[in-house]
Design a protein around this ligand. Sequence first.
Ligand code: AMP
Ligand code: MG
Length: 352
Amino acid sequence: MIPTRFLFISLCFLIFIACQKDDSANTPKSTESAKSFEAMNTFMSLKSFGTDPEKANDAVEALIANIETQISTTKEGSYIYKLNHLNEGEEKSVETPAQIANLISFSLSIAKETDGAFNPTLFPIIHLWGFTTEKYRVPSDTEIKEALTATDFNKVSLSYQNNNSAIVTMKNGMMMDMGAIGKGFAGDQAIQLLKEKEITSAIMDLGGNVQTLGCKPDGNPWKVGITNPWGDAPIGGIAICNKAVITSGGYERYFEENGKRYIHIFDSKTGKPVDNDLASVTIIAESGMYADALSTTLFVMGKEKAIDFYKKNHEKFQMILVMNDKTLVYTEGLQDILTITYPVKKKAIIKN
Ligand code: AMP
Ligand code: MG
């Protein structure tokens, strides 16, 4: 026989479930869903919170795959591939959707603003050093000089046809590469899509580019680790909501020859891999595309010029420079949100 006490507890439980059901009929319940996948030659993962996070995450995966087919330098159908492989007359042109033209236009404006430290037409140089084929080699000065003649980003022009498309034109022989900005661009699109899908908070790691939507569901900031160039344990963490945290580091891709390391980030003036005293540059900004462009650019500029650039643009971003001598230089906006857990020398910089 079932004891009365048990019947009573069961009845209370049923009433509780019934009430819950009634409640959820009015207010959709927020749930969590995580997903990982490979895209843009890297491993990506995201975690979203909302009414249907699984569907939203699937949509993000499809969106990023689509962006890759449009801007990849290696996928034959992409607009960038088509433009790079045209070879006729003095100039070559490709019509792209406005969104891709906007990406190219943004990359050209950063190139102009930074006097070419950021250069979206460096592909001939990157290819010459073998970073596009993994057949790495140190080219001769004559080869570098020759390849540099095809890297003048001022020779790229855009003509918008209407709100939907634009014609991108550049000198024959030139080639583009969105490698320094593409993941940030994809991250911004993904955040936009998550908002449209009524996701209230999310965190994405697009191959080391971290982008967040909102704060954590409990209202606390997300804690994003800063990669350690010398080991596995992060250098520290940064507490943020609604921001991108994007790092460029020489340790990410390089080859070595005769004891010298050649990294994947290039100085567009010399046509050679950057060789300065920076181990990594992390940028914290609202836009992933901007943070991605700047992490590469400020790495190219080196510490002093990066600090000057920050002083002129301090309202737009914050940064962490990890120096090879294990000094950490960080901007004043990070003082209260950066926790350092690795033994480094700390140096805060102020904007004036
Ligand atoms: P990131 O990891 O975002 O710093 O981007 C590095 C990638 O950007 C490289 O693998 C190259 O494809 C490309 N790149 C290298 N140097 C430059 C540069 N000075 N300006 C623009 N893109 C670059
Ligand atoms: Mg970048």
